[in-house]
Ligand binder design. Sequence first.
Ligand code: ZN
Length: 608
Amino acid sequence: MKKLMLALFSIMLLNNAVAQNTYWQQKINYNMNVKMDVENNKYTAETEITYYNNSPDNLHKVYFHLYYNAFQPGSEMDVRQQNLPDPDGRIGTRISKLTDDEIGYQKIIELKQNNKSVKWKVEGTILEVTLNKAIKPGGKATFSLKNEAQIPLQIRRTGRDNKEGVKLSMTQWYPKMAEYDNEGWHINPYIAREFFGVYGKFDVTIDIDSKYTIGGTGILQNPKEIGHGYSATKSKKSRLKWHFVADNVHDFAWGADADYIHDIVKLNDKTDFHFLYKKGNEKRTKNWKVLEEKMVLAFKFMNKNFGEYPYKQFSFVQGGDGGMEYPMSTLILGNGADIKGLVGLAVHESMHSWYYGVLGMNEQKYSWMDEGFTSWAEDLTMNYLFGKEGANPFEKAYEGYYRLQKSGKEEAMSTGADLYNSNYAYGRASYTKGSIFLAQLEYIIGTENMKTTMLNFFDKWKFKHPNPNDFKRVAEKVSGIQLQWYLDKWIYTTQHIDYAIKLVSTADNNTKINIEKLGDIPMPIDITMILKNGKKVKYYIPLRIMRGVKPTTNTIVQKAWPWVYPKYSFTINYNINDIEIIGIDVENGMTDIDKSNNYYPVKEFVFE
Ligand SMILES: [Zn+2]
């Protein structure tokens, strides 16, 4: 008996260990029939949802986001935005002034689980459903949902009649199932930003007045019937049913306008681009034609460097209130006179296909991952499209970081997207410091390792929900360098980097290099020396905590620096008088907040 108990106990332990190491994620299929009433800015929809519970838990409740409810006076979004020290100019007090026919709402008319009505309640932007029957681990449920919605006047991302005159920007527009993972339900109210969703299939039919052209997520299933740039046939019907299917996505967005030009451009044998922008403005049309060419070049570069875009289609849709990423599509403002600005916006938002669309990070929790990684790749792509030879793609990001560091407003990047005390702190932490997280990682692990890390990360985690540790593990496996210290310091604190160099002549042909760690974040040190005879010598000091070194060429690798020691020195066999200049990190790979003490004898020197 005792033996049996022991055996059973060890099996239980083993199961537990397996369960803790097994990744799982929920799955969802939406089958939506939407009937638009554009004249009254309303729609009704009937949706069949099949929800697969791949978790090890019995689910007694499920939750949906009703984002439209945020666009009502007195909503949590309205109040939050008015109480920030630096409110988003696009929102400000606008929600508080919406009239009854300008607000947004989602009304649930009927909700059934496996054909039986269920209890539900709505609080703000969250719909809470108490199930009749729990969904067991490995089980599934079918929900039938009837809803009626009013499309808000465009305030933030979603809505009707945006400032460029686009009729419908249909984003965050349907009751969307909240994500459940090993951290539990993610049911934060919609007060400002960032999303997280369940991967699955969207089968969406939109019944709309035939004068409107639609573009967005998904592939049109009935192009011959539709026309509108898809085929030469022009329908004579007064209404059309656009039937879209998107697989392996976690959201569905679309835009519609009666005056869209619809261009289809081939990227390669696998993927088509769709461009939808308003006609009637010569400058805009010209810019969008340039955009079409630039995006083909951009995606080729992105495919090569960050992993291959896996969908058959991507749509660039004029709409929204700035730029926002959605699976297989983006909604961007399209009137800007500056072509570089338009391309930059389109590159950023479509780059999110990698860091949001395919790698479905929890944007609310790790906004620095999706916004930071996207900004990093955007900077590289824009540098490829427009950059000058030898330009540092991250120069602006680093400058932004130095300003933040001096501002006194810096908050740790581990703060949830909605939880920062100011929009400024959120923006700089998520976009700027998130992008520097990668730029600096390249300094730590080396350029080739960095490239491989990004490609392996994409392959290993596509269509899943990676967290910071998952990324770190990929980088560690590729580089053989331990990186927990870097995450802990850069992500979870507002500590900074500062190193200083001092030279002392010790004998005729010996010079002692003293390096001092003045900041709290330790870093490996690259040192470049130019002698008066033009000779260049490079040194590299890894950190002991890295348990490894980055690959280097023509570089003298010094013994590792245990980071707790504030000082480090080594001696070189050169006469101090023969040294023209010696500097720490002359290529500006790390965010050393005081560069003036990085050089001997003086800072001003151009390294070739
Ligand atoms: Zn972004």
